[in-house]
Design a protein around this ligand. Structure first.
Ligand SMILES: Cc1cc2nc3c(=O)[nH]c(=O)nc-3n(C[C@H](O)[C@H](O)[C@H](O)COP(=O)(O)OP(=O)(O)OC[C@H]3O[C@@H](n4cnc5c(N)ncnc54)[C@H](O)[C@@H]3O)c2cc1C
Length: 409
């Protein structure tokens, strides 16, 4: 089978690798408009569930991702006028650059042709292929070309956000809320290697306008944010990648949905089919899981329309609860100022329960783990769970490696 993936993001590179692993006879090409090593954004977070899947599908790249992952083991919540509080939980993070480097090298290693600096400007120019995978991101040109068929819709979220980086290495995943004269401004920050943290800033449109971010250059905007968040940055700068191209990175999140994901031999995957608000940090995970599902569907050997239908069905079912969670989560941040007067512990609990799904015992646990000893015990327990899950993955790794590609439903 000749397969062309348009877009060398996580979805495209990972699907290409899995397709080639499943059948080395496939001719698989990835077209990526950026040069090798160039991408947008900073670090992304993920959790054990993704690692489990990665180890099942390709233990080699999974091990490299695991080795490079930055591990953090708590959430800290800071807000003007309140004592700091803590939320239980652990996770992993990694720079997009590093993730794409690992996935790109792995794809090339298994025989995928990855063509960098190769932008598809007109989908009609695509060389003939049995399967064309549109994994060209949230603004997919291929999806736009057949917008009516795919039934794509883009909903613009209300809040303003900017995805920055900083050399300040936060101890753990940190939410910081600062009250300014113009209203609340907050950040979601997490370290993703030993030298850099992601720093996403968000605020309501009214606060954004009052702070005049729309008329400031990238440098001036970062300087203003540095002064708002000075207490958290220990003198470190905030960096806006967009400054290099003369722009500024303030955006509104674009929630993309598509009613249909396939059109003849063309199929949407990852952000081109659906985006998921960064408030639940799951877009990369979902893109990679799309890749797993599409690889399974193709490997099953049915006719292409049946395979694509099966892929779409499986992924839409898996996505639905996360999409609901992402909506609830982003809506909480849109209403954030309404929660600002809550006392510290209730405020951080409201933040952690922003999807509104927790049973009452979680609140009691939250209260008790604000004290040092119960908190240390909980961290120790979670850390033991993380290690035990990692050990289990390593033992199943050798079994998975012996299989070409699993077929999970
Ligand atoms: C602020 C923010 C924070 C986030 N944080 C997280 C997080 O913590 N965890 C998480 O899991 N997810 C996170 N995400 C989401 C995540 O970044 C995306 O969901 C993920 O990158 C989707 O992968 P993809 O491969 O589908 O698309 P992309 O990563 O967008 O890749 C698409 C690729 O296609 C290329 N391309 C586009 N058009 C063409 C063309 N015409 N020709 C050739 N190449 C083309 C692009 O250059 C790009 O490399 C975050 C997103 C945002 C905005």
């Amino acid at each position: 089978m000749r397969i062309t993936c348009v877009g060398g993001g996580p979805a495209g590179l990972y699907f290409a690798t899995l397709a080639k692993l499943a059948n080395p006879e496939h001719e698989v090409t990835v077209l990526e408009r950026n040069p090798s090593g160039v991408t947008w954004g900073w670090g992304v977070v993920f959790w054990d569930d993704l690692l489990d899947d990665l180890f099942t599908y390709d233990p080699v790249s999974a091990q490299r991702i695991w080795d490079a992952a930055y591990k953090w083991d708590e959430y800290e919540v800071r807000a003007t006028g309140k004592p700091d509080t803590h939320l239980a939980g652990y996770g992993f993070s990694m720079g997009r650059h590093r993730l794409l480097e690992i996935l790109g090298e792995r794809a090339a290693e298994v025989g995928v042709r990855v063509s960098y600096s190769d932008e598809l400007t007109d989908p009609a120019d695509l060389p003939p292929a049995d399967l064309i995978v549109a994994c060209d991101g949230a603004r997919s040109r291929i999806r736009e070309q057949h917008a009516e068929h795919f039934g794509a819709e883009v909903e613009i979220a209300r809040n303003k956000y900017i995805w920055l980086g900083t050399p300040k290495v936060f101890d753990t995943f940190t939410f910081g809320f600062e009250k300014t004269e113009a209203g609340w401004v907050w950040f979601h920050a997490y370290p993703f290697n030993g030298t850099t943290s992601t720093f996403i800033v968000e605020c309501t449109p009214a606060t954004w306008a009052a702070l005049e971010f729309g008329s400031l250059s990238a440098e001036a905007g970062c300087a203003r944010l540095q002064s708002i968040f000075a207490a958290h940055l220990d003198g470190s700068p905030l960096v806006d990648h967009r400054a290099e191209v003369g722009g500024t990175g303030w955006l509104n999140f674009r929630r993309v949905t598509a009613q249909r994901w396939d059109h003849g031999n063309v199929v949407l995957m990852g952000d081109s089919a659906h985006t998921t608000h960064f408030a639940i940090g799951s877009g990369t995970k979902l893109a990679l899981q799309d890749a797993m599902a599409l690889a399974d569907a193709i490997a099953a050997g049915d006719d292409l329309p049946v395979a694509l239908e099966r892929y779409e069905h499986r992924r839409k079912a898996a996505l639905a609860p996360l999409q609901r969670a992402a909506r609830a989560s982003s809506a909480w941040f849109e209403r954030m100022p309404e929660y600002a007067e809550l006392p510290a512990r209730r405020f951080s609990y409201a933040l952690s329960n922003r999807r509104g799904e927790y049973p009452t015992w979680r609140y009691l646990l939250h209260l008790s783990t604000q004290s040092t000893i119960p908190r240390a015990l909980l961290r120790w327990t979670l850390s033991a769970r993380r290690s035990s899950r990692a050990r289990r993955r390593e033992t199943t790794d050798s079994v998975a490696a012996a299989r070409a590609i699993p077929h999970t439903a």
